[in-house]
Write a protein that binds this ligand. Sequence first.
Ligand code: PHE
Length: 344
Amino acid sequence: MTSDGMSLRERLEGIRTSGLAAFTAAVDEEALESARVRYLGRSGELSAAMASLGGVPAEDRPAAGRLANEVKRELEAALEDRLSKVAVAEVASGASLDLSLPGRRTWVGGTHPVTQVIDEICEIFGELGFSRAAGPEIETDWYNFTALNIPLDHPAADMHDTFYLDDGVLLRTHTSPVQARIMMDGEPPIRILAPGLCYRRDAWDASHAPAFEQVEGLAVDEGIDFVEFRAAIAFFVRRFFGSGVKTRFRASYFPFTEPSAEVDVSCILCNASGCSACKGTGWVEIMGSGMVHPAVFEAVGLDAERYTGYAFGMGPARIAMLRYRIPDIRLLYEADAAFLEQFV
Ligand code: PHE
């Protein structure tokens, strides 16, 4: 081999050694780029060495060319390898990412507190054989009033502050029309719960909302008496509020039940000693209820001699307010995530 051939070979070996060292020593992309330009660039050391290949004697040229290509591939591979390591190191060192920033919060959805109460009511009555039912929010005045023994000219119909949509068509003011629909749908035994929205032209204040939920309950069979009714309600109260909570039936009036009762529970907030939630009485009303009025059985075509039953309607928003000490019903309907998050 000629001295020229030897010198090119040495030159290439030198480029290999110093090029690899330069890439390894580069600590960031900038340093790596200048090393690339110096050794592998268009007018870099390797290009210059390859340009001198023409001056190498013909017999040494193939070997020198192979070596030049080998050095080029090796340097390119080393550059690639270093480039990926430098990029990872830069991220980890925080050069382009602030690892001290708090992580992004992920929003976890949850069940609305009123829905939680509804589900729990349904679960407890489910143990007594009640299943869920539903009816339309847009009703006729026949189902909402007439079938329930409320004549349209009766003051009770006015008391409901109805949203009328059309002649005889309204937004249901309570879930009781579902009672009529269920009884017309099939023969007893019937044990259903019908949760859903109701509407009244009511004030929008701390204790009233124009759209609010009710859970209707209805049990109809042969031989259901007041004792069974009281036992079912007392069972529910103990399960829902706790065994220390007392139930009180207070005589009341609804056109579709007879006798009618409002059900109170001993105040869970003050242990019945008197507070603002129970207005100092120690008792909080949780539902309207009673034995199904024979006139309702007649309206829906059931034999009032054969069947008896009980019905109740409760307001899960009120119950949620009591349970979670929520002072204003509007909080439950304003879809404020910061408030609702507490119940997730
Ligand atoms: N529907 C009545 C109301 O809205 C509640 C109720 C339901 C009363 C069933 C008795 C029986 O006030």
